[in-house]
Design a protein around this ligand. Structure first.
Ligand SMILES: Nc1ncnc2c1ncn2[C@@H]1O[C@H](COP(=O)(O)OP(=O)(O)OP(=O)(O)O)[C@@H](O)[C@H]1O
Length: 259
């Protein structure tokens, strides 16, 4: 299969208090163009380590990653910067890293300018288009980021991530900090974006219900390994691994039978 992203046998160990911890042990997974893969696992299963390696914040001990036809872990300099535009990330509170006084407009202007997405005189219009694509309006551009609600902030983060016209979004616990209603709306937005625009997503979360809501396929991590993967409905309805069964059991029942 011609994958957009192909992670092959990635391993990573850490030394901690004289002990060797295997955070990732031969992890392999693929994502096709336009597909959403949910990566789910309990705390400590290795999800953040994998997303940090994908982000190139951390090096792997072994394995390779191909993205969009390139050897992703070997890309450097201008070639890496150009390709970064095609793989964008959304975190739990990505805007926490920004100057809280910055306006929404300037947060969205940065990637447009840095990656030269549109001509200078088209950037203001592009910002409005981006805001509308994530369910906000032109009025939001002038507001400081700190004046936004958590849900609005995450919409801005998604707008920023799609500004460079990526083919893959990596979302790491992107809705974890939001309350349930807002979380549902952001998940709807992500599904909508994926359907309308065909952006592929790697959706990482400890919460199986959240992953199930957005993913075509689900891969389950446990102690640094992928222990199960398959179509989302099948993994949830008939989990085969102990780790997947524990995650299913942890999902609160939405409908309870009256006794
Ligand atoms: N810098 C580090 N030094 C030592 N051990 C680490 C380091 N980073 C991660 N680990 C260990 O690697 C394992 C995987 O951690 P990781 O943070 O990737 O899991 P996770 O699934 O993302 O968990 P969480 O959802 O709690 O963030 C854990 O045992 C963790 O303690």
């Amino acid at each position: 299969m011609n994958s957009l992203l192909s992670i092959e046998n990635i391993s990573k160990g850490f030394s901690s208090a004289g002990r060797r911890i295997s955070a990732l042990d031969n992890v392999s997974l693929t994502i096709a163009a336009g597909e959403t893969l949910g990566l789910v696992g309990a705390s400590g299963s290795g999800k953040s380590t994998l997303s940090r390696i994908l982000l190139r914040l951390l090096s792997s001990d072994a394995g390779s990653i191909r993205f969009d036809g390139e050897d992703w872990l070997r890309l450097k300099g201008a070639a890496l910067r150009a390709k970064r535009a095609r793989m964008q990330m959304v975190f739990q509170d990505p805007l926490a890293a920004f100057n809280p006084l910055a306006s929404v407009g300037s947060v969205l202007d940065d990637p447009l300018r840095i990656h030269g997405v549109v001509a200078k005189d088209r950037r203001a219009d592009e910002i409005v288009t981006l805001l509308e694509r994530v369910g906000l309006t032109a009025d939001h551009a002038a507001r400081p980021v700190r004046a936004l609600s958590g849900g609005q902030r995450q919409r801005v983060a998604i707008a920023r991530a799609i500004a460079t016209r990526p083919s893959l979004l990596v979302l790491d616990e992107a809705v974890t900090a939001l309350d349930v209603t807002v979380r549902g709306r952001i998940l709807e937005l992500l599904v909508d974006l994926q359907k309308r625009e065909g952006i592929a997503c790697l959706f990482i979360s400890h919460d199986l219900a959240v992953v199930h809501a957005v993913s075509h396929r689900i891969a389950v991590m446990d102690a640094g390994r992928i222990v199960e993967s398959g179509p989302a409905a099948a993994v949830v309805a008939a989990p085969r691994s102990e780790a997947a069964r524990a995650l299913v059991a942890a999902v609160p029942r939405l409908v309870t039978e009256p006794s």
